[in-house]
Design a binder for this molecule. Structure first.
Ligand code: MN
Length: 199
């Protein structure tokens, strides 16, 4: 037993907006994602023109311990930087061998996943669909809708932690972009296996 043991709790998350009247989300504006979108010029113009909120998520302060489960909603807003859809930064878990579940509540998009060995997968997110993100896979939510937020509910082991730095340095191998009105997966032209060698 530990002194931080959670008590039972109930929290309401709106099925359409993903927001809660009980807890404030953490907001990520576009300017917090420098270098993560392929079109650097479009990125700079959008930051200068108002720096929109790209996504929000909840951290409920569940103790970072193996027996706990962190949970909340993630809300990725509709929009594009150039032809690349709005997305979350994405991350590996600090404890690489920890999985996660995302359940789509509203909107539509993709869960992009890749592991350090180079395997990648993109799963469609539509309302009512649960996506299991396996251990060892970085994961990023991408909103491919033109007008609706992509809202998911997530749950993962409390001590998993977040490694954002690897993705900030290297990016994901694949991007989701709009071509002729459709969402397609393309190679990331800026993906770098060994960033320290190519600067
Ligand atoms: Mn995660």
């Amino acid at each position: 037993m530990n002194s931080e043991q959670m008590k039972s709790l109930s929290i309401a998350f709106d099925l359409v907006t993903g927001l809660s009247s009980d807890v404030e989300p953490i907001r990520r504006k576009l300017s917090a994602m420098a270098g993560m979108y392929a079109d650097r010029q479009a990125f700079g113009e959008m930051v200068a023109a108002g720096d929109p909120v790209v996504y929000e998520f909840h951290d409920l302060g569940v103790p970072a311990e193996a027996g706990e489960i962190a949970f909340g909603t993630s809300i990725t807003y509709p929009g594009k930087v150039g032809d690349e859809y709005f997305m979350t930064k994405g991350h590996f878990h600090s404890i690489l061998d920890t999985a996660e579940v995302y359940y789509c509540l509203s909107g539509g998009g993709r869960m992009m996943m890749e592991n350090p060995e180079g395997d990648w997968e993109a799963r469609e997110l539509t309302p009512g669909v649960a996506v299991y993100v396996p251990a060892r896979y970085a994961h990023r939510s991408i909103n491919t809708s033109s007008d609706e937020p992509l809202v998911t509910f997530f749950a993962f082991r409390g001590d998993a932690g977040h490694d954002y730095g690897t993705i900030e340095d290297k990016g994901f191998r694949k991007l989701v972009v709009e071509r002729d009105g459709r969402a397609v997966i393309v190679d990331n032209p800026r993906w770098r296996d060994h960033p320290e060698d190519t600067q």
